[in-house]
Design a protein around this ligand. Structure first.
Ligand code: SIN
Length: 303
């Protein structure tokens, strides 16, 4: 069996397959289907200081090869997470990444301070396209990426900070470098692409929020390209995500330079997608005589 564990900023992930935020809740529902202790880790649904009800419905639509969501960061609030979910996740011995969001820089600072030392890693969500205040607003321009990162980092004494980048930007390398300059310990990308569906009978947007975030297999080539660009722009570790459905998809991100991958939308169409990807990675590495998945990180050859 090949070695699958990866170390990112001092955090041990038993394998490089992590549940992506917003597709896995806080793990309990999936743990009824399979023992989630097999995963490398989980990134929680985006947490805010206060509970949020999210956007009005409809909030989900399908299109060829993709889904669109406009959830609007619905979550029970960080204190409910700490009371009801953290012990359960700790009992699973998987790396716990808390995805955090806010309306203001003070919100980001406050939630990072609240979670510091309690989880293994913070994933700073400055890339949600579905909220009017905060969210992607901080993730578009390099100056605000750097500032949001700096503020979050200043609240963290014990827990490494990973910044989740938006694909809806002019330059991924510029924003990746801005996060690194702001003090990020790691990056994750991509969050969803901004999209729209129109109800032609009603001649109106399908989504109550008009636009929505696009994810799923159809966005994978864009995500691989952006992860590759980010990995070439910075010296800190990168987690890649966007449309991963199988081990071979995950390997594209790792060859592009990702230290680990997050799997999101695939969990909706196949609840066993992540255990299958982990098993698939094992088989692929064995079949190709690769003893350690870390050997493949950034091993893309351009000539
Ligand atoms: C949402 O809750 O709207 C999705 C979260 C995100 O895209 O970051």
């Amino acid at each position: 069996m090949a070695k699958l564990n990866v170390n990112i900023c001092g955090v041990n992930f038993k394998n490089p397959v992590i549940a992506a935020s917003g597709t896995f809740g806080f793990g309990k529902e999936f743990d009824e289907i399979y023992d989630i202790s097999c995963l490398g880790g989980i990134s929680t649904k985006g947490l805010t200081l206060e509970p949020r009800l999210g956007n009005p419905t409809p909030r989900i639509a399908e299109a060829h090869g993709v889904i669109l969501n406009s959830v609007g960061l619905q979550n029970p609030g960080v204190d409910v997470f700490l009371r009801d979910d953290l012990d359960f996740l700790k009992s699973k011995h998987i790396a716990i990444v808390a995805n955090v969001a806010g309306r203001t820089l003070e919100d980001y600072e406050g939630i990072c301070a609240r979670l510091d030392g309690l989880v293994d890693m913070i994933e700073l969500n400055i890339s949600c396209p579905n909220v009017r205040c905060g969210g992607m607003a901080f993730g578009i321009r390099p100056e605000s990426v750097k500032e949001a990162t700096r503020v979050a980092k200043s609240a963290l004494k014990h827990t490494p900070l990973m910044v989740k980048l938006s694909p809806n930007v002019e330059s991924i390398p510029a924003n990746a470098r801005a996060a690194e300059e702001g003090g990020a310990d790691a990056l994750s990308l991509i969050n969803t692409l901004n999209g729209m569906v129109i109800d032609i009978e009603r001649r109106r947007p399908f989504f109550a929020n008009v636009t929505a975030g696009v994810s799923g297999a159809g966005i994978r080539p864009i995500a691989v390209r952006m992860v590759w660009e980010a990995c070439n722009a910075v010296g800190i570790p990168v987690m890649g995500m966007g449309g991963i459905t199988c081990a071979e998809d995950a390997l594209q991100f790792i060859l592009a330079g990702a230290a680990a991958v997050q799997v999101g939308t695939a969990n909706f169409s196949d609840t066993l997608a992540m255990p299958k990807i982990i098993e698939g990675l094992n088989s692929w590495l064995d079949a190709h005589g690769v003893a350690d998945v870390n050997e493949l990180r950034g091993a893309l050859q351009l000539d």
